[in-house]
Ligand binder design. Sequence first.
Ligand code: ADP
Length: 297
Amino acid sequence: MVLMEAHHLFDSSLIASRVSTMSRTDEPSAQPAAVPAVLVRDLSYRYPDGRLALRGVDLTVMPGEAVAVVGPNGAGKSTLLWHLNGLLPGRERAQALHSHGAGRVERNGEPAVWIDGLEVNEPNAPEVRRRVGLVFQDPDDQLFSTSVLDDVAFGPLNLGMSPSEARRIAVESLARVELEDVADRAPHHLSFGERKRICLAGVLACRPSVLALDEPTANLDPRARRRFIELIRGLVATKLIATHDLEMVLELCHRAVLLDNGRVVANGLVRNVLGDPSLLEAHGLEMPLSLKIRRPD
Ligand code: ADP
């Protein structure tokens, strides 16, 4: 089964022209006419309690790219991923920025995030959420049904599929994560690693074109981690992976974006970003061991 529905219609020629004229210095292999799978422009976000979590973030991800989002705790990685499917409503974002009088507001009221050229805003939220599959760091934030099958079928049902079709897709998605045999069990009776895979199945059931994975390997034992990495590797989609697991980044991603204090401080090929010990140290990270070993003294 092909996971990605590659050809989403572009919704507006106005946005198309705006996107095509933007500077895109952060995309090494982009074709001039291609529409980014993810486009973030000058995105700032302040939480209602006043904390400014993102400060003018720019990011372009082309279809099929696998991009790591790395950075110390509190850098803004999760906040950035949540914006991709509009989990933080724009109205609240703009109001919060205005009311605190600091940080950047979306420029002249222009939107700050597009998925496949589709603006992330309230009217587009259902379509954006279909296209962007977000896997939370903690599976217990994502799972809520009493049976695994119901949980995985929830997304397709919500997209308007019939119960039988939703069930068929849920079974198929569980097979993709090698968990078809737990379909009738309660999610909270399963291991942490299994719950993570069920979350992934739930996301895959909606056939997203963009996968946003928040710390996919955190708290997994080595075998469960390896299994999850191989699952991610096999998925055909544009991938954004927020993580501290820099060895996984070396395996799965070709580009890394380094965030610190809500700002993009580096954006480039993985081997350049993760191979720069002073850059990493300045931002609370350490060069992965496998790169250290390969480096000549
Ligand atoms: P990361 O994923 O890189 O660890 P986060 O996106 O979780 O970073 O957090 C970015 C900043 O936003 C941090 O300073 C964090 O304390 C703050 N933050 C995160 N969630 C909330 C929230 N719900 N309310 C207020 N501040 C938050």
